[in-house]
Design a protein around this ligand. Structure first.
Ligand code: ATP
Ligand code: MG
Length: 376
């Protein structure tokens, strides 16, 4: 069946281009074209077409309101704009657009975006996923990866993402994101058990206006606290009821608590840097995972601070570990240090840096993998 499309565009030459692009595309039929957005909005509200091709104007307040409302009506909005910087694309998606096509409009881009809308393929997981970043040595980059992966995921999956600091008693996430949590995680776990907390997402700290929700200990506790193995299980159960993706940062010791965190995770990103002692540590970790019955398919190798021309190659690492490398995060001291010093994710420091690109693509790969796994 043809899906109906309504176009919001003030420039008649752009309308003509879109009409030409879609002329032979049988999946859709252009129902109406509006240069007056208010009239268009009224029509769309009553007739609920499948797709609106919405050209962003300089009146961004109007655009954000209209796109938000249209997506609430269940209409797939494809935003069109000359400004295809990452920040503009993200902003538009946050307003509620389902996809973004840059101007001048290329036929292929338009058809891909429309095809995606027609497939109704919003990636919502049926079962929530706990993704834990682990390394049995400190200082490898667990927190840096957890924070940036969680932030990028929250921009991509249109769902709330939780970032949990279980490097207790005092983790680094509040410093990395410059936030001041006021809740004690062990208290939360206790209260969940007594059913005092109906919704754990209310107790998490929302990061700015993003879809990232952080659960971390306050920086200055009167006494160092810890959390029991049972409390971890309770906490995870409650988080699973409220979030699709839960990213966990944790300590490097392999004690009872950390083994429980690993066992309850759906995916472990076993992180290492490329040098011999660390690769040996990684081998030990893989042995340990086997001993505590963690399925090998749940463990993925991530190389951090990767340098293209390193003496030890990815091939060497894979041979030594007898396992494929899942992802490589480049070494970018400057951007990373600046991010930590300013307390903001790397993409907010430099959206065009190699490390931002790597975290963004890692988030997208994980989202795709999790979605496929969810279908099985
Ligand atoms: N890809 C990278 N490029 C450059 N520097 C990095 C990268 N990843 C991490 N770092 C640096 O490594 C240091 C340690 O990172 P991080 O605190 O994330 O490690 P960690 O594994 O969480 O340590 P801990 O075990 O102490 O919690 C930080 O100073 C950070 O700047
Ligand atoms: Mg850390």
């Amino acid at each position: 069946m043809n899906s109906s499309v309504v176009i919001f565009e003030k420039d008649s030459s752009v309308v003509k281009i879109m009409q030409a692009h879609l002329k032979d595309f049988d999946e859709v039929i252009i129902d109406k074209v509006y240069s007056d957005y208010n009239k268009g909005f009224k029509y769309v509200k009553e007739n609920k077409p499948k797709i609106v091709l919405f050209s962003i104007t300089s009146d961004r307040v109007l655009c954000s309101k209209m796109i938000g409302k249209l997506s609430e009506f269940g209409i797939n909005v494809i935003a069109l704009s000359e400004d295809y910087t990452t920040s503009n694309i993200i902003q538009t998606l946050r307003w509620g657009a389902k996809d973004f096509v840059s101007k001048p409009i290329i036929k292929k881009d338009l058809i891909v975006a429309i095809t995606k809308c027609c497939q109704d393929d919003i990636k919502v997981l049926k079962k929530s996923q706990i993704i834990t970043i682990f390394s049995n040595k400190g200082g490898i980059g667990k927190t840096a990866i957890a924070v940036n992966l969680a932030y990028e995921l929250s921009k991509q999956v249109r769902d709330k993402v939780a970032l949990i600091d279980l490097n207790l008693p005092i983790g680094d996430i509040p410093t990395f994101l410059d936030i001041r949590p006021s809740i004690d995680i062990s208290e939360i776990a206790n209260n969940i058990r007594q059913n005092n907390f109906l919704n754990i997402s209310d107790t998490c700290c929302r990061y700015k206006d993003s879809d990232l929700y952080v659960l971390a200990e306050p920086l200055h506790l009167e006494e160092a606290r810890n959390i029991s193995v049972n409390q971890v299980k309770t906490l995870f159960d409650s988080l699973r009821n409220n979030f699709s993706y839960i990213i966990v940062d944790m300590g490097s010791n392999v004690n009872k608590l950390n083994s429980a965190i690993l066992k309850h995770s759906d995916r472990i990103l076993l992180t290492t840097v490329v040098n011999l002692p660390q690769i040996r540590n990684c081998q030990r970790c893989l042995d340990l995972f086997k001993n505590i019955d963690i399925p090998d398919k749940n463990v993925k190798i991530v190389l951090n601070r990767y340098l293209e021309n390193d003496e030890i190659t990815v091939d060497d690492v894979e041979k030594a570990l007898n396992k494929a490398v899942y992802w490589k995060i480049p070494n970018n001291y400057f951007t990373m240090m600046s991010s930590i010093n300013k307390g903001i994710p790397v993409s907010e420091i430099n959206e065009n840096s190699n490390i931002t690109d790597s975290f963004s693509k890692l988030a997208s790969k994980i989202a795709d993998d999790m979605f496929e796994q969810d279908l099985l």
